[in-house]
Write a protein that binds this ligand. Structure first.
Ligand code: GN1
Ligand code: MG
Length: 359
């Protein structure tokens, strides 16, 4: 089916003027649909079915959490069309359209908004932290269980099971070429699994979280204030710390996620302080002591997980993330590892900062 015909399945307002690709997502394909008159514009996405096995379950989560957030936003006198996403249903009343083998979904485009790839100022880091804090707060009393849109997404025990299978399979004979990188993952197995026990024994509680909190998934207004979190595909039950860790992985990196020059890559401790400060300004009173104690470690945890996931995908033939050249995902692995080492070297200071901010 043509993209314009797919768009027409959805009950958007106004008349279509154009539809064009937008941005360069690593997972989904995104298009912007412009309308002719004063009707809103829209975002149309092809949801990557390879990554999300249960798109209907995922869309069910998104419809429900955005409805919950809208009621909160309205109650505090905010703008429910700008402070969270709005799902557009098909003309048949479904939150997605299935055109075998693809699933499509539409949402309202929020005008006068920007996404930012690089946390260039401390103010931006602070506001980003506030943004995810508000998101978690609005969903703190969300009443129902959510579908698990990607099994074991931030569960390192599950990730190590996948990892062991990948090494055993060694589909493309690449294992012998990445022995040093494999050691990075093996050396931390014990530490990471010990940490995960805190989740398994309930010391770190499950909450409704976003799970993909990198800076480019936060929508800002023109004045640099947070409007809302976007890319809700992985919104499900997880720990609050996973959101913080994933954000810190992206905000505090002085280099790019796929930097080829590792001397660019490090964790900026001032950005760390600013982000955590923003987050705790919203969430300090809601977190338990264990969450506070392990908050600094969350950055190490998620950055490590990303090293594992990138390397695992590289060994498996680079099928998960889109690549621009054959070793792209290996380059990503090394760049994330450089970031991880920088965090590990600064861990004591990170813990001191969190303890100060929690006081
Ligand atoms: C993917 O969807 P996107 O591009 O925001 C991935 C994240 C990774 C990130 C690394 C569903 O995020 O977990 O951290 O790439 N999302 C999924 O860039 O796997
Ligand atoms: Mg995204």
């Amino acid at each position: 089916m043509e993209i314009t015909d797919i768009a027409k399945q959805f009950a958007f307002q106004g008349e279509m003027e154009s539809i064009r690709p937008l941005g360069e997502g690593f997972i989904n394909d995104t298009f912007i649909l412009k309308t002719k008159d004063s009707s809103p514009n829209y975002i149309l996405q092809r949801k990557n079915h390879n990554v999300f096995p249960d798109v209907p379950g995922m869309m069910d989560n998104i419809v429900k959490v955005t409805a919950h957030m809208k009621s909160k936003i309205i109650a505090r006198g905010g703008d429910p069309m700008r402070e969270t996403l709005t799902v557009v249903f098909t003309r048949d009343g479904m939150p997605y359209f299935y055109d075998e083998p693809n699933y499509w979904a539409m949402s309202v485009f929020i005008e006068e908004s920007v996404t930012i790839d690089n946390a260039s100022s401390l103010d931006l880091c602070y506001k980003g932290g506030q943004g995810i804090g508000r998101f978690q707060k609005m969903l703190a009393d969300y009443p129902e269980p959510l579908n698990e849109t990607i099994k074991g997404f931030h569960n390192i025990r599950f990730r190590y099971e996948q990892w062991d299978d990948t090494l055993k399979r060694d589909k493309f004979g690449l294992v012998k070429t990445v022995q040093e990188e494999i050691k990075w993952v093996e050396d931390r197995r014990r530490q990471m699994l010990d940490f995960w026990k805190l989740v398994e024994d309930g010391s770190l509680p499950m909450r409704v979280t976003h799970n993909d909190t990198k800076l480019s998934n936060v929508l800002f207004d023109k004045d640099g204030n947070v409007l809302c979190m976007i890319d809700l595909d992985t919104c499900m039950s997880s720990t609050a710390l996973n959101d913080v860790g994933d954000a810190l992985r992206s905000y505090t990196n002085t280099g790019a996620e796929d930097d080829q020059d590792l001397t660019n890559v490090s964790m900026d401790i001032e950005r760390f302080r600013a982000y955590v400060g923003g987050y705790l300004s919203e969430m300090k009173d809601s977190l338990n002591d264990c969450e506070k104690e392990w908050l600094a470690f969350s950055a190490i945890y998620i950055t490590f997980e990303q090293v594992l996931r990138f390397l695992m995908d590289y060994i498996d033939g680079s099928t998960y993330w889109k690549i621009q050249y054959p070793t792209h995902t290996l380059v990503r692995t090394r760049a994330q590892y450089a970031l991880l080492q920088s965090m590990e070297a600064q861990y004591e200071e990170m813990k001191r900062i969190v303890a100060d901010l929690c006081r």
